[in-house]
Ligand binder design. Structure first.
Ligand code: ADP
Ligand code: UDP
Length: 237
């Protein structure tokens, strides 16, 4: 069997239902647009468990997502979507490329969340773009963008509260959305929410509990992910 798609961190497989896919979480990790590569035992299991609990919680909060059910430790079933080629980044505190771009010190708290759109393209290095670029490139309509902004802010508000109950500060994160294959007029939250795509800092110690441990060679990468899972489990109980 060959997957329909193999990405850097996941594989997509067909199922008996043409509108449903199996999404498999791999142990592979990449950073800096694929330049830095590694594999971590248990990463797929940890990200699947974290993402599954968070998607379940978001669905309960009324956020439409692609999530169908967890199959096993590293696989979930999801509604097939046509992914929008626009990634949405939400920032509550300065970090990562925001600091690089602006010279602002890491950790500055924003008065309101910052929303950024990037083109989803490994080849181009996911460049930051504005609404006009997105319209002219036909990546999404202005109405789609208004929807994405509102959905991203809603998810942010829910996740800030949720992670605070986990003793974690939600610094920034990336979301992907897609049009349901079975209902192309409907856009839902897709992909995953895990420490791979969120910056999470311990509320008490400020310790980084996310992929920055890998990016910056801080060590104990999977120990941090496992700790995030334990806290997410407690907060969803
Ligand atoms: P990448 O493609 O960036 O290497 P991954 O390894 O995480 O990323 O691969 C997962 C791929 O599956 C991503 O391209 C993502 O946009 C896509 N995807 C996520 N959810 C769905 C879904 N419900 N339907 C179709 N594609 C999806
Ligand atoms: N992010 C992601 N995938 C990307 C780009 C960013 O998951 O392709 C996440 C990243 O983990 C962080 C947030 O989005 O939580 C903001 O990332 P930033 O733009 O600072 O990117 P960096 O320069 O750190 O890659």
């Amino acid at each position: 069997m060959t997957p329909l798609y193999e990405g850097k961190a996941k594989r997509l497989w067909a199922t008996a239902d043409p509108n449903v896919l199996r999404m498999e979480f791999k142990n592979d990790a990449t950073a800096f647009n694929g330049e830095k590569k590694a594999s971590f035992e248990n990463k797929g299991r940890l990200n699947n468990a974290i993402s599954t609990l968070i998607y379940g919680m978001l669905e309960k909060e009324g956020v439409p997502t692609h999530f169908v059910r967890q199959i096993d430790e590293t696989n979930v079933e999801v509604h097939k979507v046509e992914i929008l080629m626009v990634e949405v980044i939400i920032r509550n505190l300065a970090a990562g490329s925001f600091c690089k771009r602006t010279g602002v010190e890491e950790g500055r708290v924003f008065s309101q969340p910052i929303i950024e759109f990037c083109i989803k393209s490994d080849e181009l290095g996911d460049p930051l773009v504005n609404d006009d670029y997105i319209r002219e490139l036909s990546l999404a309509t202005p109405e789609d963008l208004a929807f994405l902004r509102e959905a991203a802010l809603k998810v942010n508000a829910i996740l800030i509260d949720f992670f605070a109950r986990c003793g974690l500060k939600l610094v920034d994160f990336k979301l992907e959305f897609g049009r349901l294959a079975a209902q192309p007029g409907k856009i839902v939250l897709a992909d995953e929410i895990s420490p791979d795509g969120c910056r999470l800092w311990d509320l008490k110690t400020g310790e980084k509990m996310d992929k920055d441990r890998f990016r910056r060679d801080l060590g104990n990468v999977m120990e941090a992910y496992a700790e995030v899972l334990e806290r997410v489990k407690s907060a969803t109980r």
